[in-house]
Write a protein that binds this ligand. Structure first.
Ligand SMILES: [Zn+2]
Length: 272
């Protein structure tokens, strides 16, 4: 699982206690942070509901749904323990098969070749699949257990532990960058988007899968939707909000694939 946060420059992040009257006393004792909207920088939100003591709100300007305020990053990180990766690695064949399907789809649609980076690569099944499809494939994840598994069990050697922005990849290095079920977890979205823009080749493509709050199959009430996951899924994009986030950094959605599940599958490229 990727967690991208700029620890040297907390930027918009700051602590704010007693921010929201709907928070009960038990959460007031923990460390919380509130953020401006990562898509439009607005700081006015409407309350939607509270789930497991975490407040879900909607940006009054761009409509992004997010948890705000939210537990500090260090609290969130505790949820990404080894069990998460172990569960992930258990279903080897299924994961590899799905990864091959995703890689082949990008290859077919964009004629992509060269270097592939999987951000939030966990055990490295996408990296393995991209290698099998002829790419020089890399992976990065903040959680070391999955990387160790990828190295030892999948025989991969281009996996790195740490934050994407700390890897110092060269400019325009990757032809394809994938983020599968990752972006909704990332604490600092703008640092991530800026870095993706920098390392993406001029004709490169970013392939993203994330829950789609604009999908017709999102259940009502929204609080019952299975993707509503306190501390885990920090944001709930639709095509408009996701495109706005990336367009602030010179990237935009060029393709959206239809799916019966309430997840968004989009390709993103440089604005020319
Ligand atoms: Zn907004």
């Amino acid at each position: 699982m990727l967690n991208s946060i700029n620890t040297k420059n907390p930027g918009l992040f700051f602590f704010l206690k007693d921010y929201n009257p709907i928070i009960n006393n038990s959460i007031k004792n923990n460390k919380w942070e509130t953020i401006a909207c990562p898509v439009c920088d607005n700081d006015s939100f409407s309350d939607l509901f509270v789930k497991r003591e975490e407040p879900f709100v909607r940006c009054n300007n761009c409509s992004l749904v997010l948890i705000n305020p939210r537990p500090e990053y260090e609290e969130i990180k505790k949820t990404y323990d080894n069990d998460y990766s172990r569960d992930y690695a258990k279903k080897d064949k299924t994961k590899l098969k799905r990864s091959l399907k995703r890689v082949n789809l990008v290859k077919r649609n964009f004629g992509s070749e060269g270097r592939w980076l999987d951000v939030g690569c966990s055990a490295g099944f996408v990296v393995k699949a991209a290698s099998q499809c002829g790419f020089n494939a890399y992976g990065v994840d903040v959680e070391p257990w999955g990387i160790n598994y990828g190295n030892t069990e999948l025989g991969l050697n281009n996996l790195s532990v740490g934050l994407l922005e700390n890897q110092a990849y060269p400019n325009e290095f990757f032809n394809v960058i994938s983020l599968y079920d990752v972006i909704e977890h990332v604490p600092d979205l703008n640092t991530l988007a800026k870095e993706l823009k920098r390392i993406l080749a001029p004709n490169g493509v970013i392939d993203i899968v994330t829950p789609d709050i604009g999908h017709f199959r999102v259940t009502k009430p929204l609080s019952d939707w299975k993707e509503i996951k306190p501390s885990e899924h920090l944001y709930y994009f639709d095509k408009t909000t996701l495109n706005k986030l990336f367009s602030n950094h010179g990237l935009f959605i060029t393709k959206k694939r239809f799916g019966l599940k309430a997840s968004m599958k989009v390709c993103i490229q440089h604005i020319i």
